[in-house]
Design a protein around this ligand. Structure first.
Ligand code: SF4
Length: 390
């Protein structure tokens, strides 16, 4: 997560809640992506340092548990940068230019000059961030799927270029000859189409040949599977997407909750400020007077009811709004209660870290050491494979 300002409840519902769940299921690494923040905030990095520590407190407040997960700061593990550099040697420019968020973000952040090398390369830095831990799952939203796809391509390309197993190629070619009839030739063509043009259809067709072939031993089939995918030995692991459940919390105006739209509630926002913000939230514009009936579908408060309220409350809103049976302030109360209740344990958990910032630093520095040991292990193999282990 990039440290570019205080986290809000949208971050909690969109990501942190999922992190808290994942940390009990799998070994997890969560990091402050400070270098990523620099790709867009290079001209004013002052926000990065303060946001870094505040953000870690927000994570801890949300329930991320340093006993279960490893929390660290990207720039404290410089191996990320080394892998980024080495991967940049083998990454075709077109792969980066094609990432859909590249143009999108450039347009959205038109007030910044993002025609930089760092900004173009940030999906590759992300790839290094993930591949360096041989991560198997990356929790992301749908918009990030193309980035994970690219990481997989890069990992595969790296393994193809540098993974070595003695005699693998020869053994694979022998196994190809064992495929019946024209299948050997087709298999080779599919492999070429996949490895050179990235055709997933060809990959599936190659796999179908292997699955249907009676003439291969299990060892040959496994070898050809690797040969088809361009692997010889796995140095880097291709990660999979773990889609974050779509629990999007809308902003106070009904749009996407985002700092730049000024419609947020901060994760640990002061109680009085939350009360004021919810009480002054816009409602269905048709309800000018208390006696005017409204339509919840046209009201941002209803969007919040969907997240915070139980079924009977939701029915009460639907019925009461459409019949002008309830007033808007009355309708907002359960939402307000829900938000305050959600924030209470967060504020409590955060307090000890606010009182004692050293605790946060200790957690992060221990996490950095742990992450660094893992990253160094991968880098030893990467350097070795690339002939750089002098
Ligand atoms: Fe919105 Fe509730 Fe007012 Fe209806 S009663 S307009 S749902 S705040």
């Amino acid at each position: 997560m990039r440290p570019t300002g205080a986290l809000h409840l949208g971050h909690y519902h969109g990501a942190l809640k999922n992190w808290v769940k994942m940390q009990s299921e799998l070994p997890c690494l969560f990091f402050v992506a400070d270098w990523h923040a620099l790709t867009t905030h290079y001209d004013d990095p002052s926000i990065i340092e303060s946001s870094t520590w505040e953000m870690v407190i927000d994570w801890l407040a949300a329930g991320v548990d340093p006993e279960k997960a490893t929390l660290f700061i990207q720039s404290r593990v410089p191996e990320h940068a080394e892998l980024h550099l080495l991967l940049s040697m083998v990454t075709p420019l077109g792969w980066l230019e094609r990432v859909p968020t590249y143009k999108d973000q450039q347009e959205k952040l038109a007030d910044r000059d993002l025609a930089t090398y760092g900004f173009l390369g940030y999906p590759l830095l992300q790839a290094a961030d993930v591949l360096i831990y041989r991560a198997t799952l990356v929790p992301v939203g749908e918009d990030q799927i193309p980035h994970i796809e690219m990481m997989r391509e890069i990992g595969r390309r790296f393994n193809h270029l540098y993974g070595k197993e003695k005699g693998f190629e020869e053994k694979a070619l022998e196994a190809v000859k064992k495929l019946a009839g024209k299948q050997g030739k087709q298999f080779t063509e599919f492999r070429t189409a996949y490895l050179e043009q990235g055709s997933h259809e060809a990959l599936e067709q190659g796999r179908a040949i292997l699955a249907g072939s009676q003439s291969l031993s299990a060892a040959d089939r496994e070898r050809l599977q690797g040969y088809l995918e361009g692997k010889r030995k796995m140095i880097l692991t291709e990660p999979q997407v773990r889609l974050t459940e779509a629990s999007r919390l809308p902003g106070l105006d009904g749009g996407k909750m985002s700092k730049s739209y000024g419609n947020t509630i901060a994760l640990r926002e002061d109680r009085d400020s939350v009360i004021k913000k919810v009480r002054t939230m816009p409602t269905d514009p048709a309800r000018v007077r208390r006696t005017d009936a409204g339509d919840p579908e046209k009201c941002p408060v209803w969007q919040l009811h969907k997240v915070y309220s139980d079924e009977p409350t939701k029915q009460w809103v639907q019925q009461g709004c459409r019949s002008a049976g309830i007033g808007c302030l009355e309708c907002k109360q359960p939402v307000l209660d829900g938000i305050l209740k959600e924030q209470e344990p967060m504020r409590e958990r955060a307090q000890q870290y606010i009182d004692n910032p050293k605790l946060v630093r200790d957690i992060v520095f221990a996490g950095c050491d742990k992450a660094r040991a893992l990253a160094q292990e991968t880098m030893r193999e990467v350097r070795d494979a690339m002939g750089l282990s002098y």
